[in-house]
Write a protein that binds this ligand. Structure first.
Ligand code: ADP
Ligand code: TRP
Length: 311
């Protein structure tokens, strides 16, 4: 069975683009692999310095994933800070790469260009991520396109360590999730929290309706293209074409049909999410942390022997 590892930063409310483009495919993959899902709280600390926010975000993202179908009995769901071997191995990798190499990180350069503080943690970020992945002898890392280079960094860290100390780490492969269609937002551009054009995944029906009613429709043709483009993620093409033909020019009816289709997908997940308490989440994470740590600590014993700190 393939070992799969993925991580996510605890940040912000999810939208239906995140679900269709990342959560759903990840949950499907996890169902058929030996998988670990990590909440990257120490990575989030590079930009988030507010304890109440951090706590709320961790609980929230864990609920999102459980509601979206990740089964904590078959996959290991845990938070990074519960397995200290991650920061420990991250340090080892930092000692193997040069600052010039880390300076080539696109994600780092982008974040600094956007005005984020260039703290040492942000700079060393890829080596902590390499540790996350390599501790578990991971085969595949499902991530969005923006994380591709970080998985390359993990391969590089593995290769550097192996050549310095002997074969210890497996080189992982990224699995880019962006092969699925990009879901457009309410203005026709890619749906993204940074464009403010999202339809919330766990919003109430009213919030979803409000977002859909706000989809920009141009009246040049007889099909509201932006509505149709989002709708295409929910129905087969023939069904959709029949619907749009029969409701030609009736934009309000078409938007209402879209609301119902989104609601049909989202309502059971929303219900599930509402039924999960903070205490339930904490239990899942404590249990996941123990299971992850059992594996990580074994790997770290080997690492310490290799580098000569274990006497
Ligand atoms: P955002 O653009 O809202 O900030 P992120 O960059 O945090 O979203 O993306 C998280 C995950 O969701 C990524 O794996 C990305 O591929 C996926 N994703 C984000 N927006 C979309 C979209 N509009 N369509 C499909 N997948 C998306
Ligand atoms: N850097 C990833 C992101 O911002 C999150 C992450 C941390 C991750 N560690 C990981 C993803 C390990 C995959 C594997 O989205």
């Amino acid at each position: 069975m393939q070992r799969l590892f993925t991580g996510l930063q605890p940040s912000g409310a999810l939208h239906i683009g995140n679900y269709l483009g990342a959560l759903k495919p990840t949950a499907d993959l996890l169902a058929e692999t030996d998988g670990l899902v990590m909440i990257a709280d120490y990575h989030a600390l590079t930009s988030l310095k507010d304890a109440a926010h951090m706590r709320a975000n961790i609980l929230s993202v864990a609920k999102d994933y459980l509601a979206a179908g990740i089964d904590p009995r078959t996959s290991v769901m845990f938070k990074q800070s519960d397995v200290p071997e991650h920061t420990e191995l991250g340090w080892v990798f930092q000692c193997l790469v040069t600052t010039a190499f880390l300076e080539l990180s696109h994600a780092y350069k982008d974040k600094v260009a956007k005005g984020l503080e260039s703290n040492a943690g942000l700079f060393a970020y890829p080596m902590l991520m390499a540790a996350d992945i390599l501790l578990y002898d991971t085969d595949i890392v499902p991530v969005g396109q923006d994380q591709r280079q970080h998985v390359e960094y993990a391969r590089e860290a593995a290769a550097k360590f192996n050549s310095a100390f002997g074969e210890t780490f497996k080189e992982p492969k990224e699995m880019i999730l962006e092969s699925v269609a990009t879901i457009p937002g309410t203005d026709g551009k890619k749906m993204s929290k940074s464009y403010g054009n999202t339809i919330p995944l766990f919003g109430s029906k009213d919030e979803i309706a409000k977002a859909v009613m706000g989809i920009v429709t141009d009246s040049s043709g007889d099909r509201p293209e932006n509505v149709y483009a989002i709708h295409a993620a929910f129905r087969r093409k023939e069904d959709l074409d029949t619907l749009y033909e029969s409701k030609k020019g009736k934009y309000k009816d078409l938007k209402e049909a879209l609301i119902e289709d989104i609601e049909a997908l989202v309502a059971p997940m929303r219900e599930k999410r509402d039924s999960i308490s903070d205490e339930d989440v904490k239990k899942v994470l404590v249990d996941g942390g123990e299971r992850a740590r059992e594996r990580a600590s074994k790997k770290m014993v080997n690492v310490k022997q290799r580098i000569g700190v274990a006497l």
